[in-house]
Write a protein that binds this ligand. Structure first.
Ligand code: BEZ
Length: 402
């Protein structure tokens, strides 16, 4: 791959960390000893994200977002420069414990930011719960992470798998559809999004007549699309993302289903893919905690800064990465860079109000965003906001004892 790839991700610059944009650290001569020590060393931030495979664009957008939040603070958080330690987790759950341990045991990072894939997050959870290392999850929706596996050191700046499809079930029923087919990959995220869609759609009186799965990250959709054509449901709801979403949207159109059976999804289906899919996504409505063209001061400023820095339009993944940086900044500022004050840092993070491009949000007791879920519609190259599908939706945090 080129040093500067098409997503604006410059690997050489990235591996150098932020040292290029951060100036020398000034240590006040009268600073207390612990503080002086804390500020004199770089904060070690582990990034465990996919940089290869179908979710690579998501990992890159998240990384860009984190680095933008740091750059906006002069390259420092709580007075400390940042040193990044990077692991490509390949969206491979089998390697997740080993990869998380590389950051925790080998690199001894102060905080881990990751990941995208729910199965990988489940593998990270065991390691990070045991080590107590601060963990900010900037995407993976695994319900358990802010449910049964919740812990004081675990935070999420994205969503739970339950949230967006719960809102979607009601939206679809309100549009008058009585039957639906749900199609997705067979792994944690697909199964949990399918379950919450079904819970919500059927609570409103709809019926999920078929649940279709294919193994992650396969993209051989043809047989399943033929099955959908035979079933003739009122509508289809789908969760795919990244490269898989691009292929699915194109195949849905090529199979002649677009315009015949309305397609919906959580917004991962159409976020970050519109440049690539041509008109295959035009008119598709989705629910998500972010939308293009929100038109707020914060979002406008974020989008402008992102485009300037990366020559790319931001998407929800960039927003989630940016907010992971903002949440870490809130903790770091509260302890003036002294991460040994862990309890104070956690307290500041859990009570932070994050001024997000999606709209300001706070965290639930289980450390998951309580946030508006938007209804969006693809118009040209934008997921245009249509309204709020569900105001301030909080994940139920099933099993969280914290
Ligand atoms: C997940 O595996 O949790 C996930 C991946 C991509 C988009 C949304 C969720």
């Amino acid at each position: 791959m080129n040093e500067q790839d098409k997503n604006g991700f410059d690997r050489r610059e990235f591996l150098k960390g932020t040292s290029a944009i951060a100036g020398a650290t000034a240590i006040g001569t009268l600073a207390p000893l612990g503080l002086a020590h804390a500020q004199g060393t770089k904060l070690k931030v582990g990034l465990m994200l996919p940089y290869t495979g179908t979710f690579a664009p998501l990992g890159i957008a998240i990384t860009n977002g984190i680095k933008l939040a740091v750059a906006e603070r002069g390259g420092k958080l709580g007075g400390r420069e940042i040193e990044y330690f990077v692991v490509d987790d390949e969206s491979n759950p089998a390697k997740a414990p080993e990869n998380a341990n590389k950051l925790v045991q080998r690199d001894k990072v102060d905080v881990v930011i990751g990941t995208v894939h729910t199965g990988v997050a489940m593998g990270m959870a065991k390691v990070l719960r045991e080590s107590g290392t601060l963990w900010i999850n900037p995407n993976a929706g695994a319900d358990e992470v802010t449910g049964a596996l919740c812990a004081p050191n675990i935070f999420r700046t994205s969503f739970s798998n339950w949230q967006n499809t719960y809102a979607l079930g009601k939206v679809v029923k309100d549009k008058g559809h009585k039957t639906a087919v749900f199609i997705t990959w067979k792994y944690g995220a697909g199964e949990q999004m399918n379950a919450s869609f079904k819970e919500s759609f059927e609570k409103q009186g709809g019926k999920v007549v078929k649940e279709l799965f294919l193994p992650f990250p396969q993209v051989e959709f043809q047989a399943l699309l033929t099955e959908i054509a035979n079933i003739k449901p009122d509508c289809v709801a789908a969760f795919f993302s990244g490269g898989g979403a691009v292929k699915f949207l194109k195949d849905y159109q090529a199979a002649g289903l677009k315009g015949k059976i309305p397609l919906y999804g959580p917004g991962f289906l159409t976020d970050g893919v519109l440049e690539e899919v041509g008109d295959a996504a035009e008119g598709i409505e989705t629910t998500l905690h972010y939308a293009d063209s929100l038109g707020t001061k914060k979002d406008d400023a974020f989008r402008l800064a992102y485009v300037k820095a990366y020559k790319l339009q931001p998407d929800v993944f960039a927003v989630q990465g940016y907010d992971a940086g903002q949440l870490l900044a809130a903790g770091m500022e509260a302890v003036k860079g002294d991460v040994s004050k862990k309890a104070a840092m956690i307290k500041a993070m859990e009570s932070a109000k994050i001024d997000s491009p999606r709209g300001a949000f706070t965290l639930s007791k289980a450390h998951n965003p309580v946030q508006d879920i938007y209804l969006r519609k693809v118009v040209g190259k934008q997921n245009k906001v249509q309204g709020v599908a569900w105001k301030q939706l909080a994940d139920p945090a099933t099993g969280c004892k914290a």
